[in-house]
Design a binder for this molecule. Structure first.
Ligand SMILES: [Zn+2]
Length: 257
């Protein structure tokens, strides 16, 4: 099956990739929905990720800032799965990279920021809930370290939050529209490390298929789209991706070494 998918990638010209938490677990960033997820281990985490509690309760915000400072994402490095998608872009095959992740590891790995569509935003930026000001997260974290336990917006005094989509918050329509648009332009759609259960993002799969794209799923757990996919690859995402993005000829050479 790996060989078949490698051939499809060799033939494809407009690959659209959708990534979820599964691609970042090899970088040490836990999947908060999974069985080992933050939610299961810490019920407060659920409150902190809910916009209503966040806006209403300064204590929830103070905990959120502490939580952001200790995030494993700050020291996380891209893994071979991320690097494989950079290789795909270097081969001029990557049309767009839609991600549900907020860690920016795709950009850190070397994918062009303009190809990455962050449907859930990024944790590396803050935004003001009152005036919409955006700034680097690290600057806000410096203020927390210096003693401001819930740093307000310097422009308007409003509440700052990571520039991500919390529960209870609307997705950004322009971003979702763009994701659906690129999905419709795909000739091969790769869904990686996502259970494809979160809508409307999972709907990108339907759009790509309707437009005639082949669907390849790389995920450890079953997804609702496994039955309609041309290929489903289980196992380590890092290993599977590294194997399938290497052109067939190079792969044959490498196996001889
Ligand atoms: Zn503001």
């Amino acid at each position: 099956m790996i060989d078949q998918v490698r051939d499809w990638i060799d033939e494809a010209r407009r690959i659209v990739v959708l990534t979820g938490a599964g691609i970042s677990t090899d970088s040490g960033i836990p999947d908060f929905r999974g069985p080992q997820g933050l939610w299961t281990r810490n019920p407060l985490a659920e409150k902190m990720s809910n916009i209503h509690y966040y806006l209403a309760d300064p204590e929830v915000r103070k905990l959120s800032w502490q939580n952001r400072m200790s995030s494993p994402a700050w020291t996380a490095k891209p893994n071979p799965g991320h690097l494989a998608l950079v290789a795909l872009e270097k081969r001029n095959k990557l049309h767009a990279l839609i991600t549900q992740n907020i860690d920016e590891l795709h950009q850190l790995a070397g994918n062009s920021p303009e190809r990455v569509i962050e449907v859930h935003g990024t944790m590396r930026r803050v935004m003001c809930m009152s005036c919409g000001m955006r700034a680097p997260m690290q600057k806000a974290l410096d203020r927390v370290r210096a003693g401001e336990l819930d740093p307000p917006c310097r422009d308007c005094g409003g509440i700052l939050k990571s520039d991500t989509i919390s529960f209870g918050q609307q997705l950004v329509p322009e971003v979702i529209d763009r994701a659906m648009q690129v999905a419709a332009e795909a000739d091969l759609f790769l869904a990686i490390g996502t259970t494809l259960q979160v809508y409307p993002v999972a709907g990108a799969v339907d759009i790509a298929r309707s437009a005639g794209a082949k669907l390849v799923i790389v995920n450890a757990q079953p997804t609702p789209y496994d039955d309609v996919a041309e290929a489903v690859l289980r196992g380590s995402i890092s290993e599977v991706l590294s194997a399938v993005v290497t052109p067939a000829r190079e792969s044959a050479l490498r196996s001889l070494q």
